[in-house]
Ligand binder design. Structure first.
Ligand code: ADP
Ligand code: MG
Length: 266
């Protein structure tokens, strides 16, 4: 039997069982009695981009972080290719490392080491996580810096790069571990529009190569143009989800309409 994900705005989305590259099943996250994520289920198929939008405090970051177990769910499960991401209870450090190689992440704050150059940041990640030797790691770092348009910055420190460049270095660092899925948590929200556009261009290119991505974003144009599926969250819950242009242009819920009005009036 197929799993039918109700796309409340638009046609239901039919994905056969096990065909989600990543799936949250009934995820709950409680912080000291406060329910930050309240029974959220959503899935992203291989090669798809899933955008998650919603007001501040609605649980988007917390949900995203459960996909690579930076946040342990209070209940519910993350499935990768249909199998539990964490087998049971407390994961071993080896299990966590394997998971975080498979599911890469970029944050709003780029988290680069300030004392290392762009290339060295990307080398270090590979040496630590993959045990790759330094010269192979350097070669891969230069390839990836070229891919994100930053060949010229390889030997510069983060402080000598713009915010948009730093975020592209962070993306290159995540890609150096050859992830199967990439999570992005508001990757452009610390950037002015022009620098944000450079980062979005890299993400668009990445989506075009078939990378499976879950992107928390306030960039509605990006969500509409690049995402295959859009999820609107409020108060820890999924309020509606479906084809991006339908959710954005013809939202079915008052809460979604109110949020989109506020975004448009900004
Ligand atoms: P969003 O990313 O949508 O802005 P978050 O996932 O960051 O939302 O936060 C959801 C709710 O959980 C908020 O009320 C926030 O204050 C709370 N929260 C997030 N992280 C923690 C934490 N580590 N400890 C306690 N409360 C948290
Ligand atoms: Mg957040």
């Amino acid at each position: 039997m197929d799993t039918v994900i109700p796309g409340m705005a638009g046609a239901p989305r039919k994905v056969p069982p096990g065909e989600f590259a990543a799936e949250a099943v009934d995820i709950v996250v409680d912080f000291h009695g406060h329910r930050a994520v309240d029974s959220v289920s959503l899935g992203v198929a291989k090669g798809e981009v899933c955008a998650v939008i919603g007001p501040s405090g609605s649980g988007k970051s917390t949900l995203l972080r459960t996909f690579n177990h930076l946040q342990a769910p209070s209940s519910g499960q993350i499935l990768l290719d249909g199998a539990p991401a964490i087998r049971s209870g407390r994961p071993s450090s080896g299990e966590l490392m394997a998971l975080r190689r498979k599911v890469g992440m970029c944050f709003q704050s780029f988290n680069l080491f300030p004392h290392l150059t762009a290339a060295e940041n990307i080398v270090l990640a590979q040496v630590k996580a993959l045990g790759r030797n330094k010269s192979a790691a350097r070669e891969r770092a230069l390839q990836l810096l070229d891919r994100v348009g930053l060949s010229a910055k390889a030997d510069f420190k983060p402080s000598q790069c713009s915010g948009g460049q730093q975020q592209r270095i962070a993306i290159a660092r995540a890609l150096a571990l050859d992830p199967e899925i990439m999570l992005f948590d508001e990757p452009t929200s610390a950037l002015d529009p022009e620098l944000g556009a450079e980062v979005l261009a890299v993400m668009r290119e990445l989506a075009g190569t078939g990378m499976t991505m879950i992107v928390v974003t306030h960039e509605m144009h990006f969500a509409e143009d690049v995402a295959d599926h859009l999820v609107f969250m409020a108060d820890g819950r999924v309020v509606e989800q479906g084809q991006p242009s339908l959710v954005l242009r013809d939202p079915q819920h008052e809460r979604t309409r109110r949020f989109l009005r506020a975004v448009n009036e900004r």
